[in-house]
Design a binder for this molecule. Structure first.
Ligand SMILES: *Cc1c(COP(=O)(O)O)cnc(C)c1O
Length: 382
């Protein structure tokens, strides 16, 4: 029996040819022709004012934390139901991640909980677009405006999604994207920071280039470059950018295929959802998704663990997802929870993700659905 992994990265077209071209062009370090090409494509896909390729979404989030001028004791509001990088970026500046609950329908940050968590020390909100569905940015933007906070999108999963017609990446002050091999468009490791505020662009370039004004130097705007600010090495080399450019070329095809898989799953689980046995993701009002993830919510942790074991025995990878940050050892040390985060604890115990990748075939999706049905329609107490 063929195994079906949760994820398998695919090569779609010109990736290897591009890498060869990059080698032939003779520049392997960053910010060459392929990096510029990727930056332009990401601007086109997101509508952001600027995009800067990074070596990961983690790096882009660390840049965002620097751009927010976070200092020790400052607070940043974020969901507990997220990847560790959202919180690390803040803690690395000595600031405090303040974890709030998620909305049980969307699994995104609860905007009322975010508003309640604001204190005089709050500097920013880091919103996460879970499963590629944009967080309620309009309500978060109001809170940010009322209190003078920066609004950052952790858009790692959300390239190609929109909220009220505006793409992820253009919904806050800045956004961090990931091209890790588990995301929709991949370069192994990779990421980007997009910026909506013109006044942040030059500083972002400096932070990304080890705190130097090298980008201005390369444009001929200064005759030597020098250390002018804090920074680090956040840029990828050209080989990564060359690979990524080929994937960005296929963004439309990748989006269409993932949405088709998503729809096939939705049709397959419709009846089980109707009977209350599972819950599937549904795009919130005003949102179009990007087919990043198809999850189902089971009854409880025993049902979830039994389901995972049942699927594994059939050769199908269906991992659970985030372990809440607010009760993790580093979350307790560096952050704090604003109130009990019951939805986060509940959802994280019941959620599993089904295989989702470019090369996943319809017949495989059907086998996954059939195998899942066998567990989900068996008498309780097994
Ligand atoms: C994948 C992911 C990240 C980290 O991305 P990297 O590119 O691996 O650093 C951060 N936040 C969220 C929400 C993610 O899904």
């Amino acid at each position: 029996m063929q195994k079906i992994p949760f994820n398998r990265p695919s090569i779609l077209g010109r990736e290897l040819a591009n890498v060869r071209t990059a080698v032939e062009l003779g520049q392997l370090s960053g910010d060459g022709a392929f990096t510029r090409d990727c930056n332009q494509r990401i601007v086109a896909l997101t509508g952001a004012k600027s995009a800067l390729l990074t070596h990961s979404c983690t790096a882009a989030l660390e840049m965002a934390a620097l751009l927010c001028n976070l200092a020790p004791g400052d607070e940043v509001i974020m969901p507990s139901f997220t990847f560790v990088s959202t919180a690390n970026a803040v803690a690395l500046r000595g600031a405090v991640p303040v974890f709030v609950d998620i909305d049980p329908e969307t699994l995104n940050i609860d905007p009322e909980a975010a508003a309640r968590a604001v204190t005089p020390r709050t500097k920013a909100i880091f919103a996460v677009h879970y499963a590629g569905y944009p967080a309620p940015m309009d309500r978060l933007a109001k809170t940010a405006r009322d209190h003078g906070l920066l609004l950052v999108e952790d858009a790692a999963q959300a390239l190609g999604s929109t909220l009220n017609g505006t793409p992820a990446g253009a919904l806050g002050d800045m956004a961090a994207f990931s091209f890790h091999e588990t995301k929709n468009i991949v370069s192994g490791e990779g990421g980007a920071l997009t910026l909506m505020r013109p006044d942040l662009i030059e500083r972002a370039e400096i932070i990304r280039e080890k705190g130097t004004n090298r980008s201005r130097f390369l444009r001929g705007q200064v005759d030597k470059y020098t250390w002018v600010d804090l920074g680090s090495s956040f840029l990828p080399g050209e080989l990564i950018a060359a690979f990524l450019a080929a994937q960005l070329d296929e963004a439309g095809a990748i989006l269409a295929r993932r949405l088709a898989i998503f729809d096939r799953y939705t049709a397959g689980f419709q009846d089980l959802e109707g009977s209350g046995r599972v819950r599937m993701p549904h795009p919130p009002a005003g949102v179009t998704g990007n087919g990043h993830m198809f999850y189902i919510l089971l009854r409880d942790i025993d049902d979830r663990d039994g389901f995972i074991a049942h699927m594994r025995a059939a050769g199908i990878g269906t991992p659970f997802h985030y372990v809440p940050l607010h009760s993790a050892p580093a979350g307790l040390r560096y952050g704090r929870a604003d109130g009990p985060l019951q939805v986060t604890d509940d959802i994280s115990a019941r959620l599993v993700r089904l295989p989702m990748f470019w090369a996943l075939e319809d017949a495989e999706v059907d086998r996954i659905i059939t195998t899942a049905w066998a567990w989900l329609t068996a008498p309780l107490g097994q």
